[in-house]
Design a protein around this ligand. Structure first.
Ligand code: HEC
Ligand code: HEC
Ligand code: HEC
Ligand code: HEC
Length: 513
């Protein structure tokens, strides 16, 4: 591979010079076809983290230095994911397979009465690792143990893995670097995780659920049966905050100056953009999953699995007075379980962002959303657990609308826009009563955008109280496990009071001005 790349590399260096004048990514990508030849077909292949972390590659003790051709990344990423000493507590994705062999999963397996053990069941492996078939594995004896390993996220194909290091030859590295991210994704299968929508869709495919992706048509769904057997409730998911919890990369803003120049970084607010796009994409993923499941139910004349509904609609203490009664039924039917509210928690500020924070246009755009959302609510409340045909139809329309919104907010944000976005995120419409999961979404989003605009310490300080109320800090590192903290997490949920949340958010908003 190395030698082939060398000759192609030499060719490309020449090409690079003339192509650097053409800024349009897709045009550039097309022209590159003649240079470094991408694989004819993308065949799924899982390279193991052990290979990625070989000493010279992503498992270095200290960041790589190369004055001639400054590396775009630090090459210490595998240690952060794997965990090393006290400095790197490890990434939970590294444990995702191991937990399938732990006591909680074992008990789940017994209660479910499945023939396969959880660590062998594709229903679990689809999210807790991967369910590879055939001989498409590197180091087959150990790779499965790695759980959600590097290429599950970065793209399970061999071509890009071999090509992107170019055996460390400068010309080869240069040639690869010169290809656009879009081209590397489409032609080589290296997933473009810089792109906020691509990233958020990937994360949501496991953290919200999905019925299939381009790799293996992998079904990723936690059913109510799995929850009742002991799966911890999936928390609400804000991709920017969750990214930060597992971060093994540097934001462009934090990279050395020469690398920022190479990457053409111009001060964009990276968190703010991911919050906006993530708000739309996570909603899209959740209604897309609902639409897909409703379609299956319609075909098989079944009712929707109750895991599609708001867990708290059924699982909460009966109390009076209570903020739930105060909240009312918002277009649903009293006593019918609605869809979870949290995936929509960031839509209003995200729509505002898509309309350049123009109040009048935002209200207009929200009307389209509200009409579609009302249709979905109606189809879900038409009878207990909804009418699948109508749910499938209305949820799919909402998903398409949200995909459009994700595109509309996809442009980079500068400081001025990030400030306007922050203000929009802090504004709760009067009378709105966010539940615990929605409050967490809002708090995480506000915190992430604030981090783009203020020093970290100041932001952390402002969030001390909300952090305690909402447990904004997630379990991190190999220990404690999520199950270890489940009791505390459930108690925080029971203690939650939306009035207190509203006050604290107002306090933060005032301080951030
Ligand atoms: C849709 C993706 C998905 C599927 C399918 C899934 N899980 Fe999970 N699982 C997750 C996520 C995401 C978490 C982390 C939740 C959190 O952040 O609180 C998790 C957490 C867990 C935990 C707790 C881990 C810890 O750190 O304590 C266990 C145990 C577990 N899952 C077992 C299973 C088993 C067994 C199955 C199959 C019956 C399964 N999961 C299916 C996504 C999934
Ligand atoms: C759960 C998904 C996930 C897993 C697993 C994962 N990554 Fe990443 N990785 C990401 C995301 C998201 C980014 C950020 C992309 C960006 O904006 O640069 C990233 C960025 C990187 C970068 C760029 C670093 C930088 O400073 O720009 C490298 C290199 C990398 N990952 C290597 C690895 C290696 C090696 C492993 C396995 C040991 C791994 N990743 C596992 C999601 C993942
Ligand atoms: C293939 C499925 C999959 C993908 C893709 C995925 N995750 Fe995960 N993630 C999991 C599972 C499973 C766990 C729980 C592992 C455990 O606790 O052992 C998890 C755990 C986490 C945790 C720890 C959660 C907690 O409550 O402490 C964070 C943070 C996280 N993921 C962020 C991300 C981000 C950000 C992305 C996208 C860049 C992403 N994940 C993509 C499956 C996935
Ligand atoms: C439509 C009502 C309904 C919805 C919505 C619902 N459940 Fe359940 N759930 C039930 C019923 C009924 C049982 C069985 C109760 C029993 O055995 O006492 C149950 C049992 C459970 C159990 C085991 C019993 C317990 O209390 O520990 C768990 C855990 C659970 N559900 C979690 C969830 C989660 C997580 C969600 C949301 C993703 C959810 N449920 C959504 C009705 C619902």
């Amino acid at each position: 591979m190395g030698r082939r790349l060398l000759t192609l590399g030499a060719l490309l260096v020449g090409l690079t010079a003339c192509l650097s004048r053409a800024p349009d990514r897709s045009a550039r990508a097309a022209e590159k076809d003649g240079g470094m030849k991408p694989p004819e077909k993308l065949d799924v292949f899982y390279t193991s983290a052990t290979s990625c972390s070989t000493a010279g590659c992503h498992g270095r003790e200290t960041p790589m230095v190369d004055k001639e051709l400054p590396p775009l990344c630090r090459c210490i990423e595998a240690n952060i994911w794997q965990g090393k000493g006290t400095e790197y507590p490890g990434d939970k994705h590294r444990d995702a397979f191991n937990v399938l062999k732990g006591p909680r999963a074992r008990e789940m397996g017994e209660l479910l009465g499945w023939k396969q053990k959880p660590e062998e069941a594709p229903e679990c492996l689809s999210c807790h690792g991967f369910s590879a078939r055939g001989g498409n594995l590197d180091r087959p004896d150990t790779i499965v143990e790695e759980g959600v390993t590097c290429v599950v996220c970065h793209g399970p194909y061999k071509g890009w893995v071999d090509a992107h290091h170019g055996s460390f030859r400068p010309d080869d590295r240069k040639a690869w670097r010169d290809l656009s991210r879009v081209y590397k994704d489409e032609k080589w299968g290296m997933r473009d995780l810089w792109d906020p929508a691509t990233r958020a869709r990937l994360c949501a495919s496991c953290h919200v659920g999905s019925l299939g992706d381009r790799e293996e048509k992998t079904r990723r769904v936690v059913t109510h049966e799995m929850y009742a057997a002991g799966h911890p409730p999936l928390p609400s998911f804000e991709p920017t905050n969750f990214s930060e919890v597992m971060q093994h990369w540097e934001y462009r803003a934090d990279k050395p100056k020469e690398v920022r120049t190479i990457l053409d970084y111009k001060g964009e607010k990276e968190r703010a953009q991911l919050v906006a796009v993530g708000g739309a994409v996570v909603f899209e993923s959740s209604v897309r999953l609902l639409a897909g499941q409703a379609k299956e139910c319609a075909e098989k004349s079944r009712t929707l699995d109750v895991a599609n509904f708001d867990c708290a609609a059924c699982h909460h203490e009966l109390r009076s007075p209570s903020w739930r009664q105060e909240r009312g039924f918002a277009g649903s039917q009293p006593g019918r379980p609605p869809a979870p509210a949290w995936p929509a928690a960031l839509l209003r500020p995200t729509v505002a962002c898509s309309e350049d924070f123009n109040a009048k246009r935002t209200e207009e755009a929200l009307k389209t959303y509200e009409a579609l959302a009302a249709e979905l609510k109606k189809s879900l409340a038409a009878r207990p657990y909804g009418k699948p045909v109508e749910v499938a139809d209305s949820a799919a329309k909402l998903a398409d609308w949200a995909a459009g919104l994700a595109k509309a907010v996809g442009k980079p944000m500068q400081e001025q826009e990030a400030r306007l976005f922050l203000r929009a995120l802090c504004e709760l419409p009067p009378g709105e009563v966010p539940d615990y999961d929605s409050a967490r979404q809002i708090a995480w989003a506000v915190k992430m955008v604030a981090l783009d605009l203020e020093p970290k310490q100041a932001v952390e300080q402002r969030f001390t109280a909300l952090n305690a109320d909402l447990r904004l800090t997630l379990p991190q590192g190999h220990k404690p496990t999520i199950v270890d903290q489940l009791d505390d997490a459930l108690q925080a949920r029971n203690r939650y009071d939306p009035k207190v949340f509203r006050e604290r958010l107002a306090g933060i908003a005032a301080a951030l001005k």
